[in-house]
Design a protein around this ligand. Structure first.
Ligand code: BGC
Length: 743
């Protein structure tokens, strides 16, 4: 066949029909082409459970669905199989509901803990977010449901989200903010990419050709649909030209008309419209809903949610107060009867059968519980705390604190909770804090509490899984995929979040999350990768090279448990500023008491690279590196010295403002060396005290002059004219091109 099926259809369509395809049908559908027998498809949120909305008698309602852990929780499992299980669970319901594409996952970086949607994002680490998302997307698409990765790109705050410009330099743009998308797209090829609301360096993301057409299509080879975030389109024709295929939701014909008019005027080449229409058609053809879909068994779906939740909770601290022992007198204080299980906004699920009552779950394990809800006040809580063996204090962020459309302004828990925590901890023999939130909070009482379990927002099985973990039926194995800083003022973007008006400067560059805290040597409350277990793991026989790390993990405790081995890397003597270390691999393993398993963690060659703006690409310097193998970013058990055979040294083009010192030692720039010798090298007789050094780099005068730029040679020698400098530059760049052409 000469054409693909979609191309054949496009050939038969009118301009109006093609423009129609590039506009949403209502809120959740794409258009079909009835005349040619093509149906549109349905897309719905969301990444943590299906949010299918139906219009009934003029009112929207959401179909009941299984509620899974939100992204920040899911990430804490550090288990790609858990990501896949969550995706499969959602996909099963999507199929049953005739939904072809699920709008998620979100892989934006957690630049600030204050971003209101952080609960919807995986991590502050691009490698982690990208590789984890790939597992999720791959599993969903293997079930026949398309996934739409979002929000592309540099969408890291909710304040003024439709207009704010993320002002970001090339290196953090590629290395920090685009990387997770790049990894996930390369590994799992999602059906769709949702561009973001914000602007990047002044331009709406939906209109940036270098981003959508240049990077996404040409550099990464992406061929799926690019759709707008809901109501994100600013100028429809500009966005179509940049590569935005589908406007969502429908703009009620406005966008379509603009496209048709632009084609008619001759301002928009029809091929551009054809290519976008083809992509939307390809999606519709690929993801035709099942004619007779199977409804998944609700009990099995809930079991999946529970299996996920068990792995997503993080035991942040344990001085021995957990697990709880049978027979202990417990005071359960706070919001235990109606636990928060999910975030709000577009990822909110209409939960079918959520057990949000942690109190009821705890009572399945203990008949010695006194319950003091918040409303009973501090005095009642204190007397219950005094009378019990252990106080279980349920704290957390209220739903209104973490929401789409607004950012937090503080990292604190509500003041009354902090007051209650101080009073209970002072009164009780032992206090276990159960913390329910979707993103980090300040924990001023952490040193005084005996144990802290972070439940995150673990979906409909939050209460069940928390009770299992508190009583030791399940051994916690979650680890943080984000740092818990000591205080807001310590965070990397503190001085530049959420920006001034419509400008937010990403002044911290590549240093977000642990990259920042480690570089600044700042103490944190709980480091990236941290999470405790009721057992302990020994790391033995660690071996590795640039392609993989192997380690034998042994469960040296008394209960079965899961451990995530983390591998970080650092270049020993980087020529540019690089983080102290960066995550480059991880794997989770489950072990019975006494059991040992050999774990192999492959390392992708790209993990050693950084983005080099001079060459507009990632670059891996050859040289010595260190691999750090550990249980968290702050609990490194073994380091390995390795050599990395990187990219051939790439020459930078030189120009009038190139510094001598940057190129003079490189043989490829011999003409610069000659210029330096002829024009700039100081005469020994002018500075007799330096004569003993000769014209070596030990000579302070020589060293100083290396700090001049090529154009400044004119000031040192009248024979060294602008023409001589230009000739030198041209000659160097010619040599360089020749050599690069040969290699
Ligand atoms: C959100 C998207 C979501 C869409 C549809 C937007 O406001 O930013 O993440 O998928 O709405 O609900």
């Amino acid at each position: 066949m000469k054409y693909s099926a979609a191309e054949e259809i496009v050939d038969k369509m009118t301009t109006e029909e093609k423009a129609n395809l590039c506009d949403g049908e209502g809120t959740w559908h794409t258009h079909g082409v009835e005349r040619l027998g093509v149906d549109g498809v349905m897309m719905t949120d969301g990444p943590h459970g299906l949010r299918k909305m139906v219009l009934c008698d003029g009112k929207w309602s959401t179909v009941h669905a299984t509620c899974l852990p939100t992204a920040s929780a899911l990430a804490a499992s550090w288990n790609r199989e858990v990501a896949a299980l969550a995706a499969k669970t959602i996909a099963a319901e999507a199929k049953a509901e005739g939904v072809s594409v699920v709008l998620g996952p979100g892989v934006n970086m957690k630049r600030s803990p204050l971003c209101g949607r952080n609960f919807e994002y995986f991590s502050e680490d691009p490698y982690f977010a990208g590789s984890f998302a790939a597992a999720y997307i791959g599993a969903m698409q293997a079930c026949g449901v398309g996934s739409c990765i979002k929000h592309f790109a540099v969408n890291n705050q909710e304040t003024r989200r439709f207009t704010v410009s993320a002002n970001v330099a090339p290196r953090p743009l590629h290395e920090t903010y685009l990387r997770a998308f790049e990894i996930a797209i390369a590994e799992s090829n999602p059906d769709a990419v949702m561009e973001s609301y914000n602007r990047i360096n002044g331009r709406h993301a939906a209109e940036i050709e270098w981003l959508l057409d240049g990077i996404l299509r040409k550099k990464w080879g992406y061929s799926g649909v690019v759709m707008s975030d809901w109501e994100a389109v600013n100028e429809r024709v500009d966005s179509l030209c940049a590569g935005l295929d589908l406007e969502m939701p429908t703009s009620h014909g406005n966008g379509r008309q603009m496209i048709v008019d632009a084609v008619t005027r001759g301002d928009l080449p029809e091929e551009i419209l054809d290519r976008s229409a083809r992509r939307v058609l390809e999606l519709a053809l690929r993801r035709k809903p099942d004619a007779a879909p199977q409804r998944p068994d609700p009990a099995a779906q809930h079991e999946n949610a529970l299996r996920c939740a068990r792995e997503c909770m993080v035991l942040l601290k344990n001085g021995g107060a957990l697990p709880l022992k049978h027979g202990e007198r417990l005071a359960v204080i706070g919001n235990a009867e109606n636990l928060r299980i999910q975030g709000s906004g577009s990822s909110k699920v209409a939960v079918g059968s959520a057990a949000t009552n942690a109190l009821a779950e705890l009572k399945k394990y203990s008949d010695s519980i006194e319950f003091i809800p918040f409303e009973s006040g501090i005095d009642a809580a204190v007397s219950a705390a005094k009378a019990c063996d252990k106080a279980l204090l349920f704290l957390g962020l209220p739903e209104s604190f973490e929401a789409e459309g607004r950012d937090r302004t503080s990292m604190q828990l509500p003041a009354e909770q902090l007051e209650l925590a101080d009073a209970v901890i002072a009164a009780a023999k032992k206090t276990v804090v159960v913390l329910t939130c979707g993103s980090p909070v300040e924990l001023p009482f952490a040193d005084k509490a005996d144990a802290i379990l972070l439940t995150y927002l673990c979906g409909e099985a939050t209460a069940e899984a928390a009770a299992e973990i508190l009583f030791g039926k399940t051994n916690p194995s979650g680890k943080l995929a984000e740092t818990f800083p000591l205080r807001l003022e310590d965070t990397p973007s503190y001085l530049n979040f959420p920006g001034e008006g419509d400008n937010c400067d990403y002044a911290e560059g590549i240093y977000i999350g642990y990259r920042y805290y480690e570089k600044k040597k700042l103490p944190v409350r709980f480091p990236f990768g941290h999470g405790l277990s009721y057992t302990e793991f020994a790391y033995e026989a660690v071996t590795g090279d640039a392609s993989a790390v192997e380690v034998t993990v042994r469960n040296v405790g008394k209960v079965a448990g899961g451990e995530t081995v983390q591998v970080y890397m650092a270049e020993n003597k980087p020529a540019v500023s690089r983080p102290v270390k960066e995550l480059c691999g991880y794997a989770k393993v489950f072990l019975a008491p006494g059991e040992a398993k050999r774990v192999k963690i492959p390392l992708d060659a790209r993990v050693f690279s950084y983005f080099e703006p001079e060459i507009d690409d990632f670059y891996t310097p050859s040289g010595d590196y260190t691999l750090f193998v550990g249980a968290s970013s702050a609990d490194i058990r073994e380091t390995l010295a390795i050599h990395v055979e990187g990219d051939a040294p790439r020459g930078v083009r030189i120009h009038r403002n190139t510094y001598f010192r940057e190129v003079i030692r490189d043989g490829r720039y011999a003409p610069v060396r000659d210029l330096f010798a002829a024009a700039i090298l100081p005469k020994a007789e002018n500075k007799p005290e330096y004569a003993c050094f000769g014209n070596t780099e030990q000579n302070p005068a020589v060293r100083r002059r290396m700090g001049y730029t090529l154009r400044q040679a004119v000031y040192f020698n009248p024979d060294c004219t602008e023409a001589v400098i230009q000739k030198t530059i041209a000659e160097c760049n010619r040599i360089l091109s020749e050599q690069e052409g040969k290699s």
